[in-house]
Design a protein around this ligand. Structure first.
Ligand code: NAG
Length: 401
């Protein structure tokens, strides 16, 4: 065999190998819905093995600073939840709190944390939606609960849930199911605690941003709209379609990058993926809807935060989400090129601190913060998030109508 023939043969083997590899990935993902869900939700990757989410002290919380409880959904699932008290507030009630029995609350309404939150007219509440994989206690989530209230430790309570199929919650995840779960949490806050939507901020990270956006959109578009005071989205993705093209397993392996090089193949692949999570479109639809509600007050406050060194979900996703939201603020729209021009003219450059741009519309504000550092998860525990939550609450709006 000549050298030339050998190299042609090798090329052929590589091509055939690559095609088979591609095909295997493709088939594995599309053919097995459970595996598909694993790619999107990773809910079986617990990350808190040998730890018990009904004992929050394991993550360094004080006795009864976090109260585990369950929420029942309308479709019969039971969701594990945490009510996390801010430290200043905890300190004020420390004696009474430490005297209470600890552990999972069978009836949360009997517990002091619930009663104190319900009866305090100054209290504020973050509804927290975590990302894919793990549980309420995984990774950077526990420190991020502390970050929620860091800028206002007297007032800001947090309630977080494990979605269906995650941790000790029942069921298995789906796009519709997670929206039911989020709605269950919102209903608990609004109707069982009885806290006004104007004292609630939605926080989401990664997958949680899609859940938070879906919830916000759903409640705003009801015949009797409910509008939360604000929304903080950390490391959002534009939609699953773009996510599959750019997602990196464990932050390093761009698993579908070979497929993504063939746009038609990627479109085909995406057509098999059940979960769409069209965040950019839903957020735009929410903004468009609220702009048309014609209420004479600011009614949305959206902060998008993304780190440049996020290797799981590239920050280009946030640029897309921001662009779509901005475009939805006016009837005529704003092209992405105009948005880019606006950014370079009015954006604030903070050097190693990243950059910020704010878009003020008739009825609301959309803010984008791109930090240089923070990775995908760690950033949730950073001051930039504490500040964003505080700012979202401070936007509590004088009703001028
Ligand atoms: C931008 O907004 C305009 C007007 O609402 C709309 O027609 C257009 O489809 C939007 N563009 C994108 C990319 O969503």
């Amino acid at each position: 065999m000549t050298l030339r023939a050998a190299s042609v043969l090798w090329s052929l083997i590589i091509i055939v190998g690559a095609v088979i590899g591609l095909y295997a990935t493709f088939v594995a993902i599309v053919a097995i819905p459970a595996l598909q869900n694993q790619v999107v939700y990773l809910n079986k990757v617990t990350l808190t093995w040998f730890q018990d989410v009904s004992v929050p002290e394991q993550w360094g919380f004080l006795r009864n600073q976090v109260t585990p409880f369950t929420l029942e959904t309308v479709d019969g699932e039971s969701l594990h939840a945490w009510h996390i008290l801010p430290l200043g507030f905890y300190q004020r009630h420390e004696d009474a709190l430490t005297r209470e029995p600890a552990g999972i609350a069978h009836d949360i309404t009997d517990r002091l944390c619930f009663q104190l939150l319900r009866d305090d007219p100054d209290s504020l509440l973050v509804l927290y939606f975590h990302g894919a994989a793990g549980t309420l206690g995984s990774g950077w989530r526990p420190p991020s609960y502390r970050a929620m209230s860091a800028a206002s430790p007297e007032k800001i309570h947090t309630i977080a849930i494990d979605y269906r199929g995650f941790g000790s919650s029942s069921g298995s995840p789906s796009e519709d199911g997670l929206l039911v779960d989020a709605t269950t949490l919102a209903d608990f806050a609004l109707n069982t605690i009885g806290i006004a939507a104007s004292r609630i901020v939605i926080f989401g990270q990664s997958l949680g941003t899609a859940v938070g956006i879906s919830l916000t959109h759903r409640l705003a578009t009801m015949p009797e709209p409910t509008l939360f005071n604000g929304m903080v989205l950390v490391a959002p993705f534009a939609d699953v379609e773009l996510l599959t093209a750019t997602y990196r397993v464990v932050g390093t392996i761009p698993i579908l990058d070979p497929v993504a090089r063939f746009p038609k193949l990627l479109t085909l692949l995406n057509s098999f993926i059940i979960s769409k999570w069209a965040s950019k479109d839903k957020l735009a639809a929410f903004v468009r809807h609220v702009e048309h509600l014609g209420q004479k007050r600011q009614t949305y406050h959206i902060t998008i935060i993304h780190a440049e060194d996020d290797y799981d979900v590239p920050w280009a996703h946030s640029e897309k989400v921001f662009g779509h939201a901005v475009n939805a603020t006016s009837a005529t729209g704003t092209s992405f090129a105009d948005t880019e021009r606006y950014k370079s003219q009015f954006g604030q450059l903070l050097g190693a601190g990243g950059r910020i741009v704010e878009w003020k519309a008739e009825r609301g504000l959309i803010r984008e913060e791109i930090t240089k550092y923070g990775l995908h998860d760690r950033i949730m525990s950073y001051p930039v998030v504490s500040m964003a939550v505080a700012r979202a609450f401070q936007s509590i709006v004088q009703d001028v109508s």
